[in-house]
Design a protein around this ligand. Structure first.
Ligand SMILES: Cc1cc2nc3c(=O)[nH]c(=O)nc-3n(C[C@H](O)[C@H](O)[C@H](O)COP(=O)(O)O)c2cc1C
Ligand SMILES: *[C@@H]1O[C@H](CO)[C@@H](O)[C@H](O)[C@H]1NC(C)=O
Ligand SMILES: CC(=O)N[C@H]1CO[C@H](CO)[C@@H](O)[C@@H]1O
Length: 350
């Protein structure tokens, strides 16, 4: 990889050599993906998603085995939780949170819930109880200025992820585009008070350079890491991503209705590739029929109804590469574009 490191408040907090992060993606980012990103010098997340405790534990073990034994009692990666899953009565997701904290993961990412402050406190209390000198770094993904203020003042999280409307997977339907949201959030945060990362629609290292120039301390990629051998997406899903054009995504509830993952906080929907499931939903097709058609298509391997979450940047992505290589290429191009931007400044003689 480029020998140049990038240093920001975020890289110093996490002790990484580049401010590039792979998002927790339910059903897609497991231990191999997160570990590959860490080996490339960035910071990787595993998604707890809808996993069982045994599946989740095996993903953590896989990451540990890839990263080797040099860090015996810490895992230098993060785990993402969907807070609405944690908030369900007697939720098994709470056991996953305990497992992650027991393994001393470096960071926990919370999103999509009404009680993120309570879960942040849960993490702080756990650290205090163990009293082993390890402080779990808490990320919150937010999609509005109001939420950003609450996250900093009340939840007291350590890192903010501003998720723009372009993002793949779930997000807030009314979220502004990233180029609007990020400066709005940054204007609220006192200088260097807490690192703010940008997420949504990013495909290349030039995108990372542009967000760092805007004042972000780090940059999150989701969809780009779906196109890796390590992502848990199927070959058919990866092929659909590779074949997608630049205007092929929509925000919709069609897929959550079709597969029955309902219970998201109000205002949340998901961005994915437009196909027949979306078409039927938009045409007001009855929900039970939508579900039947979806199940039937999945059984038959009919890809015209398949769920493929993707951000707006998907049309700019054209190859599947190992996660470590993706990370290294994003970092290399980010450094190159930061240097290019710097070279635009005229000297006094010009
Ligand atoms: C397949 C997929 C699954 C996702 N799952 C989660 C999740 O479990 N938790 C979460 O906070 N965000 C999730 N996201 C959103 C990401 O955190 C991130 O905001 C998004 O991927 C950034 O946009 P991009 O995909 O255009 O890079 C998911 C995104 C995708 C594409
Ligand atoms: C967010 O994206 C959706 C779909 O791409 C669009 O309809 C909506 O207007 C966007 N919202 C904002 C606030 O830009
Ligand atoms: C309405 C619509 O956009 N349909 C698309 C669904 O997905 C298939 C690919 O699997 C496309 O060919 C359709 O155009």
């Amino acid at each position: 990889m480029s020998t140049k490191r990038i240093s920001t408040t975020f890289t110093r907090l996490l002790d990484v050599r580049t401010p590039i992060v792979s998002a927790p993606m339910a059903g897609a980012s497991g231990g191999a993906l997160a570990a590959g990103v860490v080996l490339g010098g960035g910071f990787g997340f595993i998604a707890a998603g809808y996993d069982s405790a045994s599946k989740f534990s095996s993903e953590l073990e896989l990451a540990r085995s890839i990263l080797g034994k040099h860090i015996p009692d810490r895992l230098p990666l993060g785990v993402g939780f969907l807070c609405w899953q944690l908030e369900k009565p007697n939720s098994p997701a709470v056991d996953l949170l305990t497992i992650a904290l027991e393994r001393r993961v470096q960071a926990i990412w919370f999103s999509f819930g009404t009680e993120i402050g309570r879960w942040a406190q849960y993490v702080r209390d756990y650290d205090r109880k163990l009293d082993d000198g390890h402080k779990t770094i808490i990320f919150a993904q937010i999609a509005s200025v109001e939420e950003a203020l609450v996250a900093v003042r009340d939840w007291k999280v350590d890192v903010l992820v501003a998720q723009g409307n372009e993002s793949g997977g779930h997000g807030v339907a009314a979220s502004p585009p990233l180029l609007t949201l990020l400066p709005a959030v940054l204007s609220l945060i006192r200088q260097n008070e807490i690192p703010v990362l940008g997420a949504g629609g990013l495909s290349s290292g030039a995108h990372a350079a542009s967000l760092l120039a805007l004042g972000a301390s780090g940059v999150v990629y989701g969809t780009r890491f779906l196109l890796t051998p390590e992502s848990l997406y199927s070959d058919a899903q990866k092929e659909a991503l590779l074949g997608a054009g630049v205007a092929s995504t929509v925000r919709t509830m069609a897929f959550d209705v079709a597969r029955g993952t309902l219970g998201w906080p109000s205002g949340v929907d998901g961005r994915g590739l437009r196909n027949e499931t979306v078409e039927d939903y938009d045409n007001g097709r009855d929900h039970s029929e939508l579900r039947q058609n979806f199940d039937e298509a999945m059984r038959q391997g009919d890809q015209s109804r398949m769920l493929v979450w993707a951000g707006t940047g998907v049309g700019l992505m054209n190859e599947i590469l190992p996660a470590k290589d993706v990370l290294e290429e994003l970092h290399r191009a980010c450094v190159e574009h930061l240097q290019l931007a710097y070279s635009c400044i005229a000297s006094d003689e010009d």
